[in-house]
Write a protein that binds this ligand. Sequence first.
Ligand code: ADP
Ligand code: MG
Length: 558
Amino acid sequence: MAKKQFKAESKRLLEMMINSIYSQKEIFLRELISNSSDAIDKIYYKALTDESLTFDQDNYYIKVVADKKARTLKITDTGIGMTKEELENNLGVIAKSGSLAFKNENEMRDGQDIIGQFGVGFYSSFMVADVVTVISRSLGSDEAYIWESKGVDGYTIKTCEKDEIGTDIILKIKDNTEDDNYDDYLESYRLKSIIKKYSDFIRYPIKMDVTEQKPKEGTENEFEDVIEEQTINSMVPIWRKNKSELTDEDYENFYAEKHYGFDKPLKHIHISVDGAVRYQSILYIPEQMPYDYYTKEFEKGLELYSSGVLIMEKCSDLLPDYFSFVKGMVDSEDLSLNISREILQHDRQLKLIAKNIKKKIKSQLLSLLRDDRENYEKFYDSFGRQLKFGVYSDFGNNKELLQDLLMFYSSTEKKLVTLEEYVSRMPENQKYIYYASGENNARIEKLPQTEVIAEKGYEILYFTDEVDEFAIKMLLKYQEKEFKSISSGDLGIEEDNVDKTDIEESDNKALFDYMKETLSGKVKDVKVSKRLKSHPVCLSSDGEVSIEMEKILKSMPD
Ligand code: ADP
Ligand code: MG
């Protein structure tokens, strides 16, 4: 039977897995168990919603069997299985191929990073195995197939026998090396602890045959080895557990297990509501922006469960766009299993949950801002723009919700500040919240108009993001204080406090005429300014639209 080749980028990843120096090789088990659990979810869901199928609870399990003599580790599941085509398509290519595309070559070579940062699923088995064999029979099929691969040089697929629907993954565990002890992955105490650590909340039993010394029947002090099938995981989903039972590490492990992000989350939010609508939810504020975050490809949404059964992977109705960075899941007993996407959109319960979640996210972001400024700034660096877009596209009442979460660089504080902080520092005679737009902070600092405001001791917010000024225009005011661009005509600074210039336009008519003529079509007018200190000239606008905004508006397609 001819060997089939892996796709190019899968090959790259495989090579990396085989030569991996990653210290946490143990995560391969988490990946395989999570695939098994996904596969059982699929068949479980089918059985619940398809009357022609009947399954009983005992039919759903995952079993891990180690054979020290043969050096094999087998992970069996009673999930939905894979057809021949699925074996080819799912295991022959990287499922989320995009995730590799954004990683640069250095990071790829490092390996450490890529494996640590996001789960690479099935391929991680090559970190611990020389040969990986997959035997699978798909629901509704009489035929079973065996897929086998020794790594980069490809894989084979043949027909084979299998009585039950489901999948067996058999790993031929590598021999020990000087640096790595692979024997560990054949030891039941070690396997047990890996399962406990990463997969405790899996809803289906993860079983193992465990050898235990038991008193021999009919004797007093004699013991014998008894092999007993045990369920290793507690099976209580993490979101059903009590917050007090859980550690930060538990939440971080869940985040990684679910592949919610490649980073360590900045904050988790665990919600348990038992009111008009009942639901549990675990939400995360990530630190890093997903590589496709500000692109059309990015899909927001939370996983949606109905009484513990996954019914939708990305329920977008649960998150407003301005919180699209939030990852996590919602489980509710009040949602029907059979609910379709269309009906769900109008579901009253779901709307209530969404509203509730929105409030929680906001209050948690505020508390992050207050109590952990450093991490809030990390968050803001990644997702601040999204919040500003949220203010700008103010269809609902996002303004009020979001304004306290905004931050801008301050001319006097030399760091990001909130609007609340700005206003609290305003001297009594200051009427407006001043801002200056520009490409970057250094450029804004050089703007002639900043001088007169700085001289008054007023603070200026620097707008370096295109959306900044648009967002502020929607906001209009913060705590009754209007925003004012420093390049606008009237700065609202009392005239007599400003150094008067003794130049009058009428005294220099020829010069002004010459300037107007030379710049004709480029500027509307040339006037004497009372707002300059050391600079001879500045540009200003007299409408609602600042020079920076004009530039953006002009560059936008009609
Ligand atoms: P992911 O789980 O993120 O999709 P993986 O590399 O872990 O990526 O798995 C690739 C695909 O292979 C899965 O999406 C699934 O379709 C299939 N698969 C893997 N393991 C199993 C299994 N035990 N039973 C059924 N399908 C599986
Ligand atoms: Mg997977």
